[in-house]
Design a protein around this ligand. Structure first.
Ligand code: 4NP
Length: 147
């Protein structure tokens, strides 16, 4: 079974949204999906209410999600570890074990960041979902082509 871990900083805005969008769009494909943060400040919390509101208005479910910090073990357990921005990617590279089997990459196919919406206004949360919806389809097509 293909598996994917989405990673951002706090695991309450971007990566939970990616998890929710990917879960909806990959329904029936049998892909294991999870998300985590490079930081642990929000560990155990549910997704940010602003992310939830924007995602749920488009039909995505965030049920059952709770923030956690990324673990070294994740690099052995997941096929793909996808970082929301360049800073997340750099933090992940710093903890990745040499023999970790996961493919580590930025989430957006054009190499851009999914901008951190946490300290901004509601437009930022809309933009996050727009970017994630497009990138989710890209990764889903890639994962399905490899199976
Ligand atoms: P995320 O957003 O990385 O998309 O979950 C953030 C959430 C919390 C913080 C920063 C970014 N924070 O500083 O607490």
């Amino acid at each position: 079974m293909t598996s994917v871990l989405f990673v951002c900083l706090g695991n309450i805005c971007r990566s939970p949204t990616a998890e929710a969008v990917f879960r909806a769009r990959s329904k029936g494909e049998g892909i294991r999906i999870d998300s985590a943060g490079t930081g642990a400040w929000h560990a155990g919390e549910g997704p940010d209410l602003r992310s939830r509101a924007e995602g749920e208005s488009r039909g995505y479910s965030f049920s059952g999600q709770a923030a956690r910090k990324v673990r070294v073990q994740d690099f052995y357990e997941f096929d793909y570890v996808l970082a929301m921005d360049a800073s997340n990617l750099s933090d992940l590279k710093a903890i990745r074990p040499h023999d970790g089997s996961a493919q580590l990459s930025l989430f957006l196919p054009d190499g851009e960041d999914v901008p951190d919406p946490y300290y901004g206004g509601s437009d930022g949360f809309k933009d996050v979902v727009d970017l994630i919806e497009v990138a989710a389809d890209h990764w889903l097509a890639k994962m399905c082509a490899q199976n």
